[in-house]
Ligand binder design. Structure first.
Ligand code: AP5
Length: 213
């Protein structure tokens, strides 16, 4: 299974990608997680990316494309992968298309998790994650268990101001990429407002149907 998960900030891409990676036994490649790891490690890439991320801006295409193409070349991607948060711009989509065509690796699906803007702020400002396991929680919808409540953290870009900038970037840069995949017959839309279990069932059901079809 080779798939892309796309959706607005807070749509539930990370939540679903972790479950899908376990279900299909393939790696979850999150550009947001990779960039946050680079920032935390103080690498050259991390130093360049930090200010863009804090402001809710996109990191420049050339940096992100190089990072993803290198990651897709690693052996664990041979059986498949889930891309979460990439591509986010037309140049990123075209670069990915070229790289996959050169490697003769076809994409199976692009899943759009659809959530209206009104739901996003609440989801993102309530998000917490466990730095030890990477598990994503929400203070109301999915609270962390009491034994780890002291160690969960909030992301630096989960402020109301940065979220507004991220939503605007999504509409301006990422939504226009969707027709690129719709024209190839790869786009699957699922309702991201449902319970996470229902969203997961909708995605796996659509992917299984697409593979049979
Ligand atoms: P990234 O980390 O990709 O952030 P994002 O796209 O803004 O998405 P999020 O991680 O905020 O949300 P999500 O959809 O994963 O939702 P989650 O499952 O956590 O990118 C961060 C930054 O990195 C970007 O702004 C940019 O600067 C840079 N970057 C990354 N990729 C780039 C690229 N390709 N090009 C350039 N720059 C790039 O869920 C959110 C919350 O909702 C959680 O609390 C969760 O528990 C809850 N929740 C999830 N599902 C449900 C549900 N069904 N019902 C109720 N609550 C739910």
């Amino acid at each position: 299974m080779r798939m892309i998960l796309v959706g607005a900030p807070g749509a539930g891409k990370g939540t679903q990608a972790k479950r899908l990676a376990a279900h299909y036994g393939i790696p979850h490649i999150s550009t947001g997680d990779m960039l946050r790891a680079a920032v935390a490690a103080g690498t050259e890439l991390g130093k360049k990316a930090d200010a863009y991320m804090r402001a809710g801006d996109l990191v420049p295409d050339d940096l992100v494309i190089a990072m993803v193409i290198e990651r897709l070349g690693q052996p664990d991607c041979a059986k498949g992968f889930i891309l979460d948060g990439f591509p986010r711009t037309r140049p990123q989509a075209e670069a990915l298309d070229r790289a996959l065509a050169e490697a003769k690796i076809p994409l199976d699906a692009v899943v759009l998790i659809d959530v209206p803007d009104e739901a996003i702020l609440d989801r993102i400002t309530g998000r917490r994650s466990d730095p030890e396991t990477g598990t994503i929680y929400h203070v109301r919808f999915n609270p962390p268990p009491p034994e780890i409540a002291d160690r969960v953290v909030q992301r630096k870009d989960d402020t109301a101001e940065a979220v507004r900038a991220r939503i605007a970037k999504y509409h301006a840069e990422t939504e226009p990429v969707l027709p690129f995949y719709e024209d190839k017959g790869l786009l699957i839309r699922v309702d991201g407002l449902a319970h996470p279990d229902e969203v997961f069932a909708a995605i796996t059901g659509a992917l299984d149907a697409a593979r049979k079809g």
